[in-house]
Write a protein that binds this ligand. Structure first.
Ligand code: ZN
Ligand code: ZN
Length: 445
């Protein structure tokens, strides 16, 4: 026996019926995002490694430890994208989208790759739904984006709150950072080793630390709200006003910080009920310096990414979206009948009907079991001896009755399906049998 080859650790197969949930989530997303004027962008999963070093930050855990990076045959260093934003901005710059439109609203859906320690709900290939708005920095657009996110989760019948914070800008951030540094220095002994390093690199990250000891120490750390300059304060206040206006539930979270300089002003996380300690299902914020950092024009941006695996986990608690049964199950008996069934199925599918077609080599009993399992209400049985007369037998699985029906391939699909559903309503040489009349064989009409 050859050795069984399994999937790569941390990379999952997505199988039915779970895949239906993913499709459902993606359809809701496309509907809503397109209503807001977003257009889809698809970028490659492979990029040159420096894009992520510059776009995410050389000293982040992602870039330092988690990227799938390899040397290509021409010695260039390539990386499987660990997130979506850097690629979107790279494409935005490369194709000069800024010259085409003053504002670009782009969304993406796709796999991302990080070599994290596999644990429940965390995968090395994971999926994100994300969006970026490039070219606007007014509070209205921030609020519109947050409202859209709220509507997205509500459409999925998920209860969420949005944590928000303002990270200021280049004017007011230095003073806040310095105050955090001084605060941290004075409590050095109580902080973990990671935080010691953070204190020098970026004191804002002290607020990020998950260590209970550090969290306790930083509970009364200075908050950014007290340091915002007047334009940042006004921007943040207006974002909140808009959210209140449409009753979007949100909470101010002064711990919501991000490590890099180009993150500014509105920063947020969507918190879902029922995900436990890792309850953020979406994160994002404003990044006004990133396009320039990657070699593009000075264009402001804001965006978010939703973790699809987590989102689907939340949907598990709900009744699954029911897969609809076929409009008709066709059961041919024998090879000649199979040919006709093949054409009938094609005609009806072209007309928009969902048709299941079985092999004519299977017995009637086996076919009926299958039709029953799929939840088909009507089965069209095509026996060899009915073929010449252009007829078939319709079994109503609910009423448990058989009726003859005329099958005319010259009719439009709609008329064909009506003749099958209601044989009596169609002009036919056959008089319909009374309801409930059982036939011992569908061949005998
Ligand atoms: Zn710490
Ligand atoms: Zn400011």
């Amino acid at each position: 026996m050859p050795e069984l080859i399994q999937s790569v650790r941390g990379m999952n197969d997505l199988l039915p019926p779970d895949s239906a949930k993913w499709g459902y989530v993606e359809r809701r997303c496309r509907e809503l995002f397109e209503r807001h004027g977003y257009e889809e962008i698809r970028t490659p999963v492979l990029e040159h490694t420096p894009l992520f070093a510059r776009g995410i930050g050389e000293t982040t855990d992602i870039v330092e430890k988690e990227m799938y990076t390899f040397t290509d045959r021409d010695e260039s260093s390539l990386t499987l994208r660990p997130e979506g934003t850097a690629s979107v901005i790279r494409a935005y710059i490369e194709h000069s989208l800024a010259h085409r439109e003053p504002v670009s609203k782009l969304f993406y859906i796709g796999p991302m790759f990080r070599r994290e320690r596999p644990q429940k709900g965390r995968y090395r290939q994971f999926h994100q739904i994300g969006a970026e708005i490039l070219g606007r920095d007014d509070p209205l657009i921030d609020a519109e984006l947050l409202l859209m996110l709220h509507d997205f989760f509500t459409a999925l019948r998920l209860e969420v709150t949005i944590d928000v914070n303002s990270l200021g800008d280049a004017v007011c951030r230095p003073a806040y950072r310095e105050s955090l540094r001084v605060f941290g220095e004075s409590r050095l002994a109580q902080l973990c080793e990671n935080c010691h390093a953070r204190l020098h690199r970026n004191p804002l990250r002290l607020l990020d630390c998950k260590e209970p000891g550090c969290r306790q120490v930083t509970a009364d750390a200075p908050v950014f709200a007290d340091f915002l300059c007047a334009p940042c304060r006004d921007h943040f206040a207006r974002v909140q006003d808009y959210l209140r206006r449409e009753n979007v539930p949100f909470a101010l979270n002064p711990r919501l910080v991000r490590g890099l300089d180009y993150y500014c002003r509105t920063s947020f996380e969507v918190i879902a009920q029922g995900l436990g300690s890792q309850n953020a299902v979406c994160g994002g914020g404003r990044y006004d310096g990133l396009v320039e950092q990657l070699g593009g024009p000075a264009v402001p941006g804001i965006g978010f990414a939703i973790g699809v695996e987590r989102l689907v986990m939340l949907l598990q608690a709900q009744a699954p979206p029911r897969s609809s049964p076929p409009d008709l199950f066709i059961a041919p008996l024998g090879e000649a009948a199979e040919g006709r069934a093949f054409s009938v199925a094609h005609r009806l599918r072209l007309g928009g009907y969902r048709i299941e077609l079985e092999s004519g080599s299977r017995g009637l009993k086996a076919q009926m079991r299958r039709a029953d399992k799929l939840g088909a209400r009507y089965v069209l049985i095509l026996g060899e001896n009915e073929l010449a007369a252009g007829k078939g037998t319709v079994r109503d699985m609910q009423a448990k009755s058989d009726r003859p029906a005329a099958i005319d391939l010259a009719l439009p699909a709609r008329a064909m399906i009506e003749a099958i559903y209601n044989p009596s309503s169609q002009p036919s040489a056959l008089s319909p049998q009374p309801e409930g009349a059982e036939q011992d064989s569908p061949g005998k009409v």
